[in-house]
Design a binder for this molecule. Structure first.
Ligand code: FEO
Length: 395
């Protein structure tokens, strides 16, 4: 895709990745984008690069605006290779001696990826860089998404280059929020739930800090997805809401099944929840991707997990999901377990242990049923569903 002037003398020069479908374990059904930006001032600066395979596309885009060798500075807001993988190719093309600005952690981390003797310039939190008419300022945003992450802000244009924050894994011809309306929000929500949820307390602190600084924001340019120019506050407000993790009257019933018994239990629990006015859905782990389930977990008040007992343990997809969810540290949720078994029946106990370790509020010891749920077993599932409904916030 050709470069686009997003503000006077500021260009999107990134790349669209139409074909990727996985981002380290997160499903990206519509591909993604690697956004990079060129600021043409008395000094010319490239902000971020792209994944290694797209480096030539970035250079081609830059070449349509200016000879890449005329770039004076490069800024790396984040070391992860979807943004820095193209650095080697870019530095080779523009000149290995050009100053490369990054955070102090970025300096350490980039050097682990690139042994070349580049002209690294580690910046302080709050540090500035004059381009002539414009001044850039840098803000450390540790752990959003890596220890090296930082934001770059163009004071005169009130544009924030926010790296991973406020992004979405979405490949499309649209470059701006006003071209997509609310259709972009499910992508932003999924991105938050699967990439940033565990850093929710840091996000709240960061938003508070930005508000205290009185930072004016006419545009937020993340490194993935569309640019927020019509209403940057929309995504900031959504981040505050998602970070707060206020539970809704909503339950996610996550399960796998061998011969449909645990599935029958899941559906009985969902029926009971629905009868009590809870927004509930069963999510079968071999039909729903773990990252789509996490998106639903984000604002749910309850996560109920079911597994048959297989070889004295959990069904493998259930273990996978629990490991994934644990790492993302969801908060303010009720938990419960269920599952069928043939002889030993450890699954419910094992799920309880995992959910307790995640600090979910366990409101019931769980329901385990031998082989196939009979009428009494279905009733036990209904009772569990009703108990969960009672514990959830009222609508
Ligand atoms: Fe888009 Fe943390 O990389």
């Amino acid at each position: 895709m050709k470069p686009i002037e997003i503000a006077k003398d500021i260009y999107w020069v990134g790349a669209i990745d139409w074909n990727s479908r996985d981002f380290h374990g997160y499903s990206i059904y519509q591909g993604t984008t690697y956004n990079a930006f060129l600021v043409m001032d008395e000094k010319i600066v490239l902000i971020d690069t792209v994944k290694k395979e797209f480096a030539d596309e970035l250079i081609t885009n830059v070449s349509q605006i200016v000879d890449p060798r005329k770039i004076d500075y490069v800024i790396s807001n984040h070391t992860e290779m979807d943004h820095s993988g193209g650095l080697a190719r870019v530095m080779h093309r523009i000149g290995e001696d050009k100053p490369l600005y990054c955070s102090k952690m970025g300096y350490k981390n980039l050097r682990r990826h690139f042994p070349q003797k580049w002209n690294y310039q580690a910046v302080e939190d709050g540090g500035e860089l004059s381009l002539g008419k414009r001044t850039l300022s840098f803000m450390e945003t540790r752990m959003l998404h890596w220890p090296d992450s930082m934001f770059t802000y163009v004071q005169e244009d009130k544009i924030l280059f926010s790296s991973d924050a406020f992004g979405q894994h979405y490949a499309g011809l649209e470059r701006f929020d006003d071209q997509m309306g609310d259709a972009i929000m499910p992508h932003a929500k999924k991105y938050f739930a699967n990439i940033l949820l565990l850093y929710a307390p840091l996000i709240l602190k960061l938003v508070h800090k930005v508000q205290e600084m009185g930072l004016a924001l006419d545009m937020i340019c993340p490194d993935h997805g569309i640019i927020w120019r019509q209403d940057p506050s929309k995504i900031i407000n959504a981040y505050v809401e998602w970070s707060t993790q206020t539970p809704k009257r909503k339950a996610v019933v996550v399960y796998d099944t061998m011969w449909h018994s645990t599935q029958t239990m899941a559906e009985a629990i969902v029926d009971a929840l629905g009868q009590e006015g809870v927004d509930a859905r069963p999510m079968h782990l071999r039909s729903c991707h773990r990252s789509d389930i996490m998106t639903e977990v984000l604002d749910a008040g309850a996560v109920i997990v079911g597994s048959p007992t297989l070889n004295n343990g959990l069904f493998p997809t259930v273990s996978d999901f629990l490991t994934y969810m644990k790492g993302l540290k969801p908060k303010n949720k009720i938990g419960a377990a269920f599952g069928s078994y043939g002889w030993s029946g450890e699954a419910v106990k094992l799920i309880n242990k995992e959910l307790e370790a995640m600090n979910l509020e366990m409101i019931d010891p769980g329901v385990k049923i031998k082989y196939v749920p009979d009428e009494q077993g279905i009733e036990a599932c209904h009772t569990l569903g009703k108990k969960i409904a009672q514990a959830l916030p009222q609508a």
